[in-house]
Design a protein around this ligand. Structure first.
Ligand code: SAM
Length: 274
């Protein structure tokens, strides 16, 4: 049944309008590439299912950086997160965006996912910035995939190893850069707040190991974290030009190895997006 709250496709926010949101330019810089890939994937699911409103699970969805915009597209989003503070912020953010009726926050974690949500109940599962923190990333991906219906898409975003090495080196922390390069978890030292980083190959192996095929891989924040803020904030048109550069580099495998984050779109074998 069509959802009267869902705007027709032609009226949905285009990534370009999200990119140029003047109130959150830096945030847009961090999310634009992922958002564009995700929105296309959801649009393909809408066409394939014939349902305007999809069921989306955002595992480790936090305060709703993606869940709320996805709900604004007209989809129903369940956010599972262990943090009560994040869920509280999510509730407030969803209310402010006028989508409280389409966003449900549930306390839980990737490990015990099916204690709190239905197995095989979702058209799309988001797992963004979470795999870094779970004890067993392979189990995290397997659970995310098991939450999908027989046809569905997984949007997986995780910290990239090479981006961290490059960032430490450019900041003059050469020993830490080398440590990250050789550490099995890609950590640069005891003070590193990120428990695991991944190469594109490790992430695609996890996705394929869980039974999906890889639809696309994108490098995220290839340049954005390395460019001095003053160049972006003061030069007219610089932010838009940087966004276009990020977009152009995102799909090129050569840049995957230096991206701050990597995004992998996984698709069930039947979900060809046609
Ligand atoms: C970096 S934030 C990302 C939030 C959101 N996905 C986004 O992209 O903005 C990481 C989130 O993962 C959650 N988290 C940490 N450990 C988790 C686990 N074992 N299972 C599920 N979520 C977890 C945290 O509470 C936090 O909200």
């Amino acid at each position: 049944m069509s959802d009267p709250m869902r705007p027709p496709a032609s009226h949905r926010p285009h990534p370009a309008s999200l990119r140029s949101d003047p109130s959150r330019p830096r945030a847009a810089l961090r999310t634009a590439v992922v958002w564009e890939v995700l929105q296309d994937a959801l649009d393909r699911r809408v066409k394939a299912t014939g349902r305007e409103s999809l069921d989306v699970l955002d595992t480790g969805g936090g305060s709703g950086n993606f869940a709320v915009p996805v709900a604004r597209l007209g989809h129903r989003v369940t956010v599972v997160d262990p943090s009560p503070n994040a869920l509280f912020a999510l509730e407030r953010r969803a209310a402010e965006a006028g989508v409280a009726d389409r966003v449900q926050g549930v306390q839980g974690d990737a490990h015990g996912l099916f204690d709190v949500v239905e197995r095989g109940g979702y058209d799309a599962v988001l797992c963004h910035g979470v795999l870094e923190y779970v004890d067993d990333p392979a189990e995290g991906v397997r659970n995310a995939v098991a939450a999908l219906r027989s046809e569905g898409v997984l949007s997986l975003l995780a910290a990239g190893l090479g981006g961290a090495v490059l960032a430490r080196a450019l900041a003059g922390h050469f020993t830490e850069a080398r440590q990250a390069l050789t550490d099995p978890d890609g950590r640069w030292g005891e003070g590193d707040p990120v428990p695991h980083r991944f190469t594109a190959e490790q992430l695609t192996d996890l996705v394929e190991g869980a039974g999906l095929r890889v639809g696309a891989v994108h490098g995220v924040r290839v340049f954005a974290d390395l460019v001095p803020g003053v160049l972006v904030d003061t030069e007219p048109g610089a932010l838009e030009a940087l966004l276009k550069l990020e977009e152009a580099a995102a799909e090129l495998p050569a840049f995957h190895s230096v991206a701050t984050q990597l995004h992998v779109l996984g698709e069930t074998r039947g979900a060809d997006g046609a």
